[in-house]
Design a protein around this ligand. Structure first.
Ligand code: PBG
Length: 325
């Protein structure tokens, strides 16, 4: 040890040195931009609890996707918000529904963009649960049949990646089999493997109009205190054929991202959810913190924890900030 102590500050002495020894770098290529799509034309409805996020009709979603893509963001994640909801989530199976239509538009105009389609019933059911409800209970196996059909509907429309976010058991195998049987073995499955029953989804439920009308999601989404159970969920999804596994939310679960990174070699996605975005936006709007610095620090932390892919509502803005340097 040099006398009188180690001079750690030498490594921080100027920007050039700091850049040279930087261990984690964030890039627009790390990001996926979520988009909420509604039927019709010319619709661009702001989401109150998520400034800078809108529900848009397909042709405007194309503009948002294009803006992100031109800044180097490789993928978008589509959430359909149908006008019609019912018990059987029938709008999810409509080949003319808002998600298939948006996929078609994106496919036609942005051939290099990776189009990921979220598969879950909650935005399509009148009760807002992620599965079929019988006597107040979310039925696992009956739900799988609908999820398969929904996945096929979106894959038929041209989705590159199917992302089931429902947390039913066995959905990855069911969807993988269905895709393979239809000859769509080139469609990827990105599974929301370790998805927790989080209070940070509040603003999303405003955006997707998907809050459950009774009860909560704790019988299917994971209990926040559990880490080992997350490893089992991820392991099962990998066995069932997931190509990419996800941890969600990101910020309060960085230990889960890190543990998954150490244990599995599959690509890992982390979803920085609506509440993570909303709380920084709100504090920034009050003048309490600097949004750009905080957002980039959060995203860097998610990458440092071990995520390969970061799903974030800041995708476009953060890509622009990174470009500006
Ligand atoms: C649907 C779904 C949710 C999110 C993504 N897919 C909400 C929920 O489970 O209620 C949340 C994303 C976010 O908060 O940004 N199951």
């Amino acid at each position: 040890m040099p006398f009188p102590y180690e001079r750690m500050r030498r490594l921080r002495s100027c920007e050039g040195v700091r850049r040279m020894v930087r261990e984690t770098s964030l890039s627009p290529e790390d990001f996926v931009l979520p988009l909420f799509v509604v039927p019709g034309k010319g619709r661009r409805e702001p989401v109150q609890s998520m400034p800078g996020v809108w529900r848009t009709s397909p042709e405007i979603a194309l503009e948002l996707a294009q803006e992100a893509h031109e800044l180097g963001v490789p993928a978008v994640l589509l959430f359909g918000v149908p006008d019609h909801k019912d018990e059987q989530a029938s709008a999810a199976l409509d080949p003319d529904g808002v998600v298939p239509r948006t996929i078609a538009v994106l496919r036609r105009r942005l051939s290099e963009l990776v189009v990921i389609a979220d598969v879950c019933l909650c935005a399509y059911t009148d009760h807002g649960h992620c599965g079929v409800v019988r006597d107040g209970v979310v039925e696992n196996d009956e739900t799988l049949e609908l999820l398969e059909e929904m996945a096929l509907n979106f894959a038929d429309a041209g989705a590159d990646v199917i992302a089931p976010s429902d947390m039913m058991d066995g959905r990855v195998a069911a969807i993988r089999d269905a895709l393979d049987e239809e000859g769509m073995d080139d469609v990827l499955v990105m599974s929301y493997s370790a998805k927790y029953a989080s209070a940070f989804y509040g603003p999303f439920r405003e955006a997707a109009c998907s809050a459950p009308s009774f009860g909560d999601r704790r019988t299917y989404q994971m209990d926040p205190p559990n880490l080992r159970e997350a490893m089992r969920e991820i392991e099962l999804d990998i066995e069932e054929g997931a190509d990419i596994v996800m941890v969600k939310p990101a910020l309060a679960y960085l230990d889960v991202v890190r543990a998954a990174r150490q244990r599995f070699d599959h690509p890992i996605a982390a979803y920085s959810v609506s509440g993570e975005y909303a709380m920084v936006k709100a504090a920034a709007a009050a003048g309490w913190l600097d949004e750009r610095a905080c957002a980039l620090e959060l995203l860097t932390g998610i990458k440092r924890a071990g995520a390969d892919i970061i799903i974030t509502y800041w995708a476009t803005e953060a890509a622009r900030w990174l470009r500006e340097g």
